[in-house]
Design a protein around this ligand. Structure first.
Ligand code: DC
Length: 335
């Protein structure tokens, strides 16, 4: 047996509006979960105390739920609670994961499971963005969009053409003629340059530095940001980058800014490199991290900066799992 949650709000405290609201809510729950009344064990409602005109349980009976036990109760008056709200929990004999349904203003109650959800995670290199983003995306069953990979693919395109990544004119020529795309295989992002999977090739320290240089150019950012917005507008996703909360998706439902001391970030990067068989002295890794921070923070277009409404988290003394847990709690608690 599974519990299906849902809620809706009504415009007026009238029998008519309550009946309409309950009917829409239950029918949506039925259709989204592909169930019939026979699958439902019981339905419980509660409503805010500003709704006095009709019992939701009675409205449900009238909406065609004749046989399952129904129950409704009134909630205590709580300051700041969503006005004219009807909440429901239906217990049903289903095997699949329940699809919870939040309608009208009740969408605000559970932004994480209702409607499209974009989570922006910005921060400097090594702050834990990508690991945390992957954990969160898996937890919420949504896509993870690694926007840095796109700039890395741009850098690789320039390397292949022997172009200086600081030379805007030459970069523009290359970027206007290449095709950069991302696809998903088993939930994992694959980055494509002119139709070829370059996901591994773009993970070298030299491409990291060149991606930072190439990403400073307007021509590059415009093309990549357009692609990022297209993906984010069609899918719920966690996006990590430098300018997601400030520039790519200023209206993202949730925004976080991860930080950590450069030494800690360099240590993490050195460990990741070692796993990939990349040997680089720690001092060099640290120097690259600091240079990249400087470049990313001080460029003219969409620099690395915390969005005013992003939640800042210092990840220095936390594991990736701990950070992900913290962010998930913030998301589920509505921040
Ligand atoms: O996250 P990363 O290390 O893969 O990013 C590589 C570079 O790409 C980074 O130094 C700056 C740039 N970048 C950016 O300018 N904007 C983004 N949204 C993501 C990355």
């Amino acid at each position: 047996m599974k519990a299906i949650r849902g809620a809706t709000t009504v415009l007026n405290d009238t029998a008519e509006d309550i009946k309409k609201g309950v009917s829409e809510l239950l029918l949506t729950i039925k259709s989204k979960n592909a169930i019939t009344e026979n699958d439902i064990v019981c339905i419980m409602f509660s409503n805010t105390s500003d709704l006095r005109s009709y019992y939701p349980a009675k409205a449900a009976r009238e909406a065609g739920f004749y046989y399952c036990p129904l129950y409704s109760s009134s909630e205590p008056e709580i300051d700041g609670s969503l006005p004219k709200c009807i909440r429901v929990m239906a217990l049903a004999e289903i095997a699949a994961e329940p699809v919870h349904v939040y309608l009208k203003d009740a969408v605000k109650l559970r932004k994480d499971i209702s409607g499209k959800l974009n989570i922006a995670i910005d921060g400097p290199a090594g702050s834990g963005k990508s690991t945390v983003s992957k954990i969160l995306a898996a937890r919420f069953g949504i896509l993870y969009l690694d926007t840095g990979a796109m700039y890395r693919a741009c850098a690789l395109a320039c390397v292949r053409k022997n172009i200086d990544c600081r030379d805007e004119k030459s970069v523009e020529k290359v970027i206007s003629s290449v095709d950069i795309d991302v696809k998903y295989s088993d939930g994992a992002q694959k980055t494509y340059l002119d139709g070829k999977d370059v996901s591994e090739e773009i993970r070298t320290p030299s491409i990291s530095m060149l991606a930072s240089s190439v990403s400073a150019h307007r021509c590059v950012r415009e093309k990549m940001v357009e692609l990022q917005r297209t993906i984010a507008s069609a899918n719920s996703c966690v996006l990590d980058g430098r300018d997601i909360g400030t520039n790519v998706l200023p209206d993202a439902e949730y925004k976080f800014f991860l930080t950590a001391a450069p030494e800690i970030r360099a240590e993490r990067r050195a460990k990741e490199n070692a796993v990939k068989g990349i040997v680089q002295p720690f001092d060099e890794v640290l120097k690259e991290i600091i240079t990249r921070d400087e470049q990313d923070k001080n460029r003219e277009i969409a620099p690395l900066v915390k969005a005013y409404d992003a939640v800042e988290v210092d990840t220095g003394s936390m594991s990736a799992e701990e950070v992900a847990e913290y962010l998930a709690k913030k998301i589920q608690g509505g921040i």
